[in-house]
Design a protein around this ligand. Structure first.
Ligand code: DON
Length: 307
């Protein structure tokens, strides 16, 4: 067994020294000002040990990583009927693409592309005010992370709202196909706010534990989801969690992972570890450049893999 505490420190040191860090997302103005020099890493292992290095306690915008928790919430509400409205196939397209929706009758390929996440947000809205749905998601994430300080960055939420024209288009397009049940602006309100949840690597790795523990909060603890559901969420993270770079992520890292344009990635080694990494610079697919590299190194040294 690798010395995880040492591994985490070594990787943080190694990554800090890399000059080419990728580009921060600029299409949401508050993200454009984040220093690409940040790097945070946290690994929670199956025995509950927490190993952290770098900017591990600094909150960042989790963006699309929130889609994992929102999906879990939606499956809790309507179970497998969700799959009548969202597919389970990799899209091979960027996160905000609209091209497949016309050919596929407004049914998004999977819950992690934006169109799919909007359907999930629509399910989570379930006839309530957006603030009720988002409050519920926030409480769920706080419970998972065992941390009541997790909050929504309202500045980011407002910027999402002000610049999210593609998401508005996606929501309206699906509404035209009858695949949104609420007014698009309400569904979008939920989606924009979930993307604006701010969490640190430590909080994110803690929140991912149920996916390492086969659906349990912790060994011997409360059941968050069934083992089958945890396995399926992990499968979707592996096949769809990095959009048109999901194959490359599986090839390089070999673990279920979900990225966000804030530069965060949550990766799960089932039965072994929940890992959160943050490096704001993105690669050409909109996924954290050095975060992916860090995960590749962790997988290489530990041998953690689903293959
Ligand atoms: O929908 C958007 O544009 C963003 N708020 C979230 C996108 C995101 O994180 C994509 N992931 N890499």
């Amino acid at each position: 067994m690798a010395d995880i505490a040492r591994l985490v420190r070594d990787i943080a040191d190694e990554i800090a020294a890399i000059p080419e860090r990728g580009d921060v997302a600029t299409y949401i103005p508050p993200l454009a000002t984040i220093d690409p020099g940040h790097f945070g890493l946290c690994i929670v292992t199956v025995d509950g040990a927490v190993h952290a290095a770098g900017d591990t306690d600094e909150p960042f915008s989790i963006q699309s990583v929130s889609k994992v928790f929102a999906l879990t919430q939606a499956l809790g509400k309507i179970g497998d009927t969700l799959w009548r409205r969202v597919g389970r196939e990799p899209s091979g397209t960027p996160f905000n693409s609209i091209v497949q929706l016309e050919r596929e009758q407004g049914i998004p390929r999977n819950p992690f592309i934006n169109a799919g996440a909007l359907v999930v947000a629509d399910v989570n809205l379930s006839g309530h005010e957006p603030r009720v749905a988002i409050g519920e998601l926030l409480r769920f994430v706080r419970y998972l992370a065992d941390d009541d300080t997790i909050a929504i960055d309202e500045k980011v939420a407002r910027a999402e709202q002000a610049t999210g024209f593609r998401n508005v288009a996606l929501a309206n397009y699906m509404k035209a196909f009858g695949n949104l049940t609420h007014p698009p602006e309400l569904t979008l309100g939920v989606y924009f706010h979930q993307c604006a949840i701010a969490m640190s690597c430590r909080q994110l790795a803690m929140a991912g534990r149920y996916l390492m523990h086969g659906g349990l909060y912790e060994p011997g603890g409360a059941r968050v989801v069934s083992p089958q559901r945890a396995r399926r969420i992990n499968a979707l993270m592996l096949t769809c969690g990095h959009y048109d770079a999901s194959g490359d992520f599986a090839f390089r890292v070999g673990l279920p992972g979900k990225s966000g344009v804030g530069g965060g990635i949550l990766a799960i080694a089932p039965g072994q570890a929940s890992i959160a990494v943050w490096s704001p610079g993105l690669n050409e697919n909109g996924n954290s450049k050095l975060g992916t590299l860090a995960l590749e190194k962790i997988a290489e040294v530990t041998g953690w893999s689903v293959f």
